[in-house]
Ligand binder design. Structure first.
Ligand SMILES: Cc1ncc(COP(=O)(O)O)c(C=O)c1O
Length: 387
């Protein structure tokens, strides 16, 4: 039995999505910019996807810009807004310390070009300090970028409050909703955002397809320049099969958000209770209530996370030590560090993230296997220490 509990890294395609991608790859090969039948067929497939994504986030189809995924959407949001606002004299960017690298490294890149940047601290549950935002923001701030939910711990941020403060100072509000779209209801109007990033492969869609939602009237410069695609906002012949898959994934997500969220939350809670109850020296990292339903991040005292991850993989169980980008290195998670966790705890934490195909049997298998592996690794640590 193989268990995949790494849905925050990526998800398998929903069967209907596979169908849509295959069908579009085979039958809809036209260039969506062409005026003839084949082009119009491709354009129609994109229009359907645009409407489906807009409906999922309560946006307007005209506000949807297709991109190559979450990373490009985050880059576009920040660089595009920075370029558009620079002539107004604004030269300051704010983000939280727990953002994905797609945001953090974009800020670092702009800092090298002379932009002032501020990273907001978070509390021990990973929630951004709204007071520190009030202190940091000025009339010079162009963009405030705070993620809707964190990929490592699942903590949900108070985006509407943050957006209100950003707007009081004339700044744009961007939220990276890559880990919430398709998992919990996301309403761009209720969040009060100007820019929102999402990525298809995080909710059973194909890789390499994403969206930047841009509120109508928002000043933006394109970062991919060329032809007049996407209303002059993102050049390049569109990846119609992936976009069609994204549309179907959005439709599926919209149709079963509430029921599926509750089912997955119940599985996650069963997993969490099983681990905390069955293994001494374990604790959950991050907020327990303000959290997406599919994620739990747990530290295992006196266990090196990488060793436990490998031991689990040998048992056919796939989990993660945090963001996919930082796995494979022993760098402690910047998210857990920003939460003030001591080093021994940042290095002993695993992320379990569930999804569409997760079952109670899989949860029970993990709960059954883990105590033995943890016991073994703790035994090895004891021996190393006494040797
Ligand atoms: C919060 C967050 N933002 C952005 C990304 C990047 O998305 P993509 O893989 O589509 O480039 C990820 C993916 O790990 C993510 O979790």
């Amino acid at each position: 039995m193989r268990v995949y509990f790494d849905y925050n890294a990526t998800t398998p395609l929903a069967p209907d999505v596979t169908e849509a991608v295959v069908r579009a790859t085979r039958d809809v090969f036209g260039n969506a910019s062409s005026v003839h039948h084949f082009g119009q067929q491709a354009k129609a497939a994109m229009d359907d996807a645009r409407s489906a994504v807009a409906a999922l986030v309560n946006g307007d189809p005209s506000e949807i810009v297709f991109t190559s995924g979450g990373t490009e959407s985050d880059n576009f949001a920040i660089r595009g807004a920075a370029d558009a606002l620079e002539p107004t004299g604004r030269r300051h960017l704010i983000a939280s310390a727990v953002e994905h690298e797609a945001v953090l490294n974009t800020l670092r890149s702009l800092a090298r070009k002379g932009w002032r940047t501020t990273l907001l601290p978070v509390d021990h549950t990973g929630i951004v300090s709204v007071d520190r935002l009030r202190e940091a923001i000025t009339g010079d701030t162009a963009v405030v970028s705070v993620m809707h939910a964190n990929n490592e711990i699942g903590t949900i941020q108070p985006i509407a409050d943050i957006a209100a403060i950003a707007h009081e100072h004339g700044a744009l509000m961007h939220t990276d909703a890559v880990q919430t779209v398709g998992k919990i209801p996301v309403d761009v109007r209720a969040l009060g955002a100007d820019l929102l990033s999402l990525s298809a492969h995080k909710f059973n869609g194909p890789k390499g397809a994403g969206v930047l939602w841009i509120k109508r009237g928002t000043r933006m410069q394109p970062i991919v320049t060329g032809g007049k695609h996407e209303r002059n906002r993102r050049a390049g012949t569109e990846n119609v099969p992936a976009i069609a898959g994204l549309g179907v994934a959005a439709q599926l997500a919209a149709g079963k958000l509430s029921g599926e969220g509750a089912r997955i939350a119940a599985l996650r809670d069963r997993l969490e209770a099983g681990i905390l109850g069955g293994i001494a020296g374990t604790a959950v990292n991050g907020a327990v209530d303000a959290r997406v339903p599919n994620t739990t991040n747990i530290s295992f005292e006196r266990v090196e996370a990488e060793s436990l991850l490998i031991a689990l993989d040998l048992e056919g169980i796939a989990v993660s030590t945090g963001s996919a980008c930082s796995s494979g290195t022993l760098e402690p998670s910047h998210v857990l560090r920003a939460m003030g966790l001591p080093t021994h705890r940042t290095q002993s934490s695993l992320r379990f993230s569930l999804g569409m195909f997760s079952t109670a049997e899989e949860v029970d298998r993990v709960v059954e296997v883990l105590p033995r592996l943890v016991e073994k690794l703790r035994g090895l640590t004891r021996k190393t220490v006494t040797a």
